[in-house]
Design a protein around this ligand. Structure first.
Ligand SMILES: [Zn+2]
Length: 257
């Protein structure tokens, strides 16, 4: 089994997985969606809300704001030594106090030094003299309880394999129909550009070719795995954490046997 990085930045990670069983890739994907924990707001206490939105709508919007933090520093509230009462190891208290006119953004919410909210997310627009003042508790949770704790969107597909045979007369019709602009005619020859992973195996090039000169299929030895973070955790950390969770589950199972 081999891993190659196709693309990596603070929001997305694209990996090429060679000789990895598709069931393992799916287990990693499912673990990312439902088991990798993040922080999200669970309770909101309104002190004053004279905005045009109901408390419930504002609480819901705040709940969906991604919170950046080192998750290793926190315990799940029901597993914490405080026995679910709430302490500094399982709860982060956020505060918001803003007077209109103006838009309230996630940047207006104050957190402690261990946490940082993703900036630039609008919450509500305040009119002249309107006020929003509240306190919110963020706790650790997982995507299987509520989607607000889901750290990323994860998916995989087979690596596309594109074959061009000698029969090709470089008519260029396949270049025209390709929705992803993967093919090109260069020096009067049909060539594949470097962006093969972007091919969606739609087969339009095969259908339009009267000479059967191009063949596109899935390479079932290679997978492209994509992780797109919502902003709370870096994508490579999410992938790594899901592998750690799977490993610890397998170890626990093996110990039981
Ligand atoms: Zn606690």
């Amino acid at each position: 089994m081999k891993i190659k990085t196709i693309k990596k930045d603070d929001k997305s990670l694209n990996l090429e997985l060679v000789d990895m069983d598709v069931s393992l890739a799916n287990a990693i994907r499912r673990t990312i969606l439902s088991e990798v924990p993040t922080l999200a707001v669970e309770e909101v206490r309104f002190i004053e809300n004279t905005s045009s939105l109901y408390d419930e709508i504002i609480a819901h919007r705040i709940g969906l704001i991604p919170i950046k933090a080192d998750i290793e520093l926190f315990n799940f509230r029901d597993e914490c030594s405080c026995k679910g009462e709430g302490c500094g190891n399982c709860i982060v208290t956020l505060t918001l106090d803003k007077k209109g006119p103006g838009t309230v953004y996630s940047n207006d919410i104050r957190a402690d030094s261990k946490t940082k909210l993703v900036e630039g997310i609008p919450i509500v627009k305040l009119g002249n003299g309107q006020k929003l003042s509240l306190e919110a508790d963020a706790i650790l949770g997982t995507g299987k309880i509520h989607a607000k704790w889901q750290p990323a969107v994860a998916s995989y597909k087979y690596y596309p394999k594109i074959e061009i045979t000698e029969k090709c007369d470089s008519c260029g019709e396949c270049v025209e129909v390709c929705p992803k602009n993967i093919l090109e005619i260069s020096s009067e020859k049909l060539k594949v550009k470097k962006t093969i992973p972007e091919c969606i195996v739609c087969s339009q090039c095969m259908e339009v070719c009267e000479l059967d000169a191009i063949k596109v299929e899935d390479d079932n030895r290679r997978l492209i795995f994509k992780v797109e973070s919502i902003g709370a955790l870096p994508p490579h950390e999410i992938f790594k954490k899901s592998c750690d969770i799977l490993e610890s589950k397998a170890k626990a199972l093996s110990k039981m046997l």
